[in-house]
Design a protein around this ligand. Sequence first.
Ligand SMILES: C[S@@+](CC[C@H](N)C(=O)[O-])C[C@H]1O[C@@H](n2cnc3c(N)ncnc32)[C@H](O)[C@@H]1O
Length: 287
Amino acid sequence: MTWEDTIKMIRKDPFYEDLVRNAYFEEDLSLNLQRYKQDLEYSEIKAWLNELGFNQGKILDIGSGNGISAVSFALDGFQVDAVEPDPSDTIGAGAIRWLKNHYGLGNLSVHESFAEDIGFPSGTFDLVFVRQALHHANELQKFVEESYRVLKQGGYMITVRDHVVFDKKDKEWFLESHPLHKFYGGENAYHPKEYEEAFQKAGFSMKKRYKYFDTPVNYFPAKKEQVDPQVKLGKLKDTFRTKYSIISRFPLAFEVYISYLKFRGVSFENNEMKIPGRMYSYILKKD
Ligand SMILES: C[S@@+](CC[C@H](N)C(=O)[O-])C[C@H]1O[C@@H](n2cnc3c(N)ncnc32)[C@H](O)[C@@H]1O
């Protein structure tokens, strides 16, 4: 089954309703776009750009899929080139072209090609942005080197939400746990060292490495209280006080309750190894 067939199939199956919505795979392309643009992930990314002092310029969005990030940047006034090898009207270049026409975006161009063979002149872009596509690279090193080549001196590459694995077993666990890999077989992940060596070899300096728990960009649409054990613990303490007001007056009562929960297997640690194929994001600079 192709990626496009997979998306069309899961749209019809209520079991995947949340996944379809959370991954912006709905049939209504402008609805996906509007939701992504208003969601926390995109506002965090805009905050990163602000911190970098990046308010205008040319963006190359690689592996754009149905265009959520490329079109959002274009709507925000940036000059954007979207590179997407899949011609699909559902989840590929055709979908981005539809959005371009829908919003009348003269500042967005769509190119059907792979990152390893993008063909833009060197030093063209101020920012290369890659959302959930680097881990799909045919050749990781070439993907990163081409991104470096087409950036201007002083430009940035931002890669977000790429799956990381730490050994063969961890990768198998990720592929088995992935909800769609069994249909289309196209999932992949690299060791953080593989990404980081590729960045370094290409010439990038790494400005930020965001591990899974470091930013909502990685874990959105999960909320901070769902992924951050300390926030979870705080909320639990409030509930405990309200629910067991008499018992909670005893010193250590809450600690005993937590020990019990731990005994039952509830984790209160920021342990990314408990998340199959947890995602990382990077900010890189061409110095
Ligand atoms: C998981 S999707 C992400 C799409 C989009 N960036 C998003 O976040 O919704 C990965 C995308 O990368 C594209 N892709 C896969 N290999 C690629 C490559 N070597 N160069 C560029 N894009 C690639 C796929 O066609 C797919 O659209």
